[in-house]
Design a protein around this ligand. Structure first.
Ligand SMILES: Cc1cc2nc3c(=O)[nH]c(=O)nc-3n(C[C@H](O)[C@H](O)[C@H](O)COP(=O)(O)O)c2cc1C
Length: 186
């Protein structure tokens, strides 16, 4: 597949088929990720590939956070169970971390490199007939979620990436034409 087709066809995939992503497929995606541009070649990325039990534990941490906003105890428990089960059922889930750095410039460069790695992975997934969904949020700092993903103290979670075979590919979301946000200088 030409890279321009992978770029045009990529979508955030919210529904996956039941097919599991194989270890070989995930290794191939992670190899693509590590080819991202990386100033100073710091290898800032840390990839945590969560199996079903780890996914359920991560989902429970997220479900607990959502349940706190629900007054009815039964409905809160249903929320916990549902979110944990939804995560267990994912075809695969990746927690992408980066090594923290006290130097603000290096930290920003490393964050950018990790995001470029995620983009590489997302485009490589399209070329392999797979889809991705990037997720972020305050849960990334939750100790229970971090523990579920095996994230070390010196790591910051940058994003969660669900990966799988799309059950449904949404229509493209409208973007402004680049010309709207482009200035050409002499
Ligand atoms: C840094 C980042 C964080 C995102 N976080 C979430 C998220 O927490 N939940 C979610 O449903 N989608 C999340 N998305 C996906 C975007 O909502 C999605 O890319 C956007 O709606 C455009 O749709 P498309 O990816 O199909 O083109 C995130 C995307 C990026 C790049």
């Amino acid at each position: 597949m030409h890279v321009s087709d992978a770029i045009s066809n990529r979508r955030s995939i919210k529904r996956f088929t039941g097919r599991q992503v194989t270890r070989e497929e995930m290794e191939s995606l992670l190899s693509a990720a590590t080819l991202a541009p990386n100033h100073r070649l710091t290898n800032p990325w840390r990839f945590h590939v969560l199996g079903p039990e780890a996914r359920a534990a991560y989902g429970l941490a997220l479900g607990n956070r959502k349940a706190k906003k629900i007054e009815d105890p039964e409905a809160a428990q249903t929320m916990r169970d549902n979110v944990a089960n939804e995560h267990r059922a994912l075809p695969s889930m990746l927690v992408v971390g980066m090594v923290k750095n006290e130097n603000a410039e290096i930290s920003e460069e490393d964050y950018a490199a990790v995001m470029m790695a995620i983009q590489n992975l997302s485009l490589a997934a399209v070329a392999m007939g797979l889809g991705t969904h990037i997720k972020t949020g305050a849960v990334m700092e939750d100790p229970a979620a971090r523990a579920a993903a095996g994230v070390q103290d010196d790591e910051r979670i940058v994003a969660i990436v669900n990966v799988g075979e799309p059950a449904e590919v949404p229509a493209a979301k409208k973007r402004d034409d680049a010309s709207v946000h482009t200035t050409w200088l002499p």
